[in-house]
Design a protein around this ligand. Structure first.
Ligand SMILES: [Zn+2]
Length: 457
């Protein structure tokens, strides 16, 4: 219900725990009041545990949820990103709007359980399986938007510019026929989404990658848009860096910094392979990066220069991308563990000299604000004016049981597994209560969709 009043024993405000917090959600679904140090007003709902703000999942391809766990066998001499992609396309070519909605609804409930309250869909699946446009070009976008609305999670749709198979391949491959767009088509999709007036739906755009989009179309797209997020996959794979160098004389991030031009609207997804000069250039531009640690690990992409991005103060959101995991504590843990394994050090992401000795708090703080920006919000978190989202921690969960209050975030990220989020509020309405979705259980429809999808594989 909107207009509700809540009281939490403690809540994460401005990067630290505050005690005895009153939160009031306004009728518009935003926080109208957030105050610490108050006793519970008689009419307030007393929340069952400590409260965190929800996080944005800044990079999702919902249909790939249908593929999670199903590409973990090596069937030839070697297996890499590109052989994974061929197998992923086989799902992309079959899935129907009804199946996509069922898969997305399951995914979105899992994301709520994993502590996300908003998801950015980098959406390149546009056309019917034979490549012909649907009568309504937004058919598959509505499948995702309907799933998100059913479940009660916020959604930022990013229709994707996808024009060619590579730098030297000016047309798409046959198995990329469902993805084909040009800048005019993406702008039309974006307008259609913006006009929809759906309450939890926002719209930006995306460019698949520099290899998949012509420079003139990229210029047309960002030149035609106001202040909306522009996401792009960049420097995920060394083959892409090498192709870009061969074709343009510049590395992908270097190309963007020089030609895009980058600004705070831009979100560089992955940004795995970077040089210090590229990080400096992104840092000066105001653009953000979106790191997807579990997917990057699953696909063997490589490790981003996390210390470099943090040091440069670049906004850094996280994404679950291919959905091999669906909880942000696990993404943050992987983000840090990759660096520990690489540098043979501990707490690489902490910054005691800056007053931030807690790795989890530093990574969470970065991902919180950067995620809000990546999803198109002016403010995000437990503050007046931001959307009224929150996560209630289950301090009876084994991983959190007996943990001192000031160490809850550390344990949440680094003591696993667990089901840490008991209740989830989105725009002033409960989407998850006592670990269960308020909406109908998406499991049966998801299982049926998976059975149909995989029986025809
Ligand atoms: Zn992606």
């Amino acid at each position: 219900m909107n207009g509700d009043l809540f009281w939490a024993p403690r809540a994460w405000i401005d990067g630290r725990w505050a005690e005895s917090v009153v939160l009031r959600a306004g009728d518009d679904g935003s926080w109208a009041d957030v105050q610490a140090g108050l006793t519970a007003p008689p009419q307030a709902q007393v929340l069952a545990g400590a409260v965190l703000p929800g996080l944005v999942d800044a990079h999702s391809h919902a249909f790939q949820r249908a593929f999670a766990g199903l590409s973990e066998r090596r069937e030839s001499e070697s297996d890499d990103f590109w052989s994974w992609r061929d197998r992923m396309y086989r799902v992309a070519l079959r899935i129907t709007p009804e199946q996509l909605r069922a898969v997305a609804a399951m995914l979105y409930v899992e994301l709520l359980r994993g502590g996300y309250t908003q998801v950015c869909e980098f959406h390149y699946l546009q056309h019917a399986p034979d490549g012909r446009p649907y009568p309504d070009p937004l058919t598959l976008s509505w499948a995702l938007a309907d799933a998100a609305a059913d479940v009660g999670i916020g959604l930022t749709m990013l229709p994707v510019l996808y024009q060619r198979a590579g730098f030297a391949q000016p047309v798409l491959r046959e198995d990329q026929r469902r993805f084909a767009t040009d800048a005019d088509a993406v702008l039309a999709l974006h307008r259609g989404l913006q006009r929809s007036g759906r309450p939890l739906l926002k719209a930006g755009v995306a460019i698949h990658s520099l290899r998949a989009a012509a420079p003139a179309s990229i210029a047309q797209l960002h030149g035609s848009l106001g202040d909306v997020p522009i996401h792009i996959h960049v420097a995920e794979q060394m083959a892409e860096v090498d192709d870009c160098l061969r074709s343009t004389g510049l590395r992908p991030i270097e190309w963007l910094a020089r030609h895009a031009p980058l600004d705070a609207r831009w979100q560089l997804v992955h940004a795995t392979h970077s040089t210090p000069q590229e990080i400096d250039a992104v840092g000066r531009s105001g653009a953000g990066v979106v790191i997807c640690p579990s997917t990057e690990g699953n696909l063997g992409d490589g490790l981003a220069d996390l210390p470099g991005w943090l040091q440069a103060g670049v906004p850094m959101a996280i994404g679950s991308d291919s959905h091999v995991t669906r909880a942000w504590p696990e993404e943050l843990r992987w983000l840090e563990y990759g660096q520990r394994l690489l540098h043979r050090q501990r707490n690489v992401s902490a910054a005691p000299a800056e007053g931030q000795p807690a790795t989890a708090a530093r990574l969470f703080g970065r991902a919180l604000g950067a995620g809000g920006t990546a999803a198109g919000f002016k403010s995000w978190g437990l503050q007046v004016g931001a959307r009224a989202d929150l996560l209630v921690l289950d301090t009876q969960d084994a991983a959190l049981l007996g943990i001192p209050a000031e160490r809850l975030l550390d344990a949440l990220v680094f003591s696993s597994p667990g089901q840490p989020f008991r209740d989830v509020l989105v725009a002033g309405r409960w989407a998850l209560r006592a670990h269960r979705p308020v909406a109908a259980d998406p499991g049966p429809a998801f299982a049926a969709a998976m059975q149909t999808l995989w029986s025809s594989a």
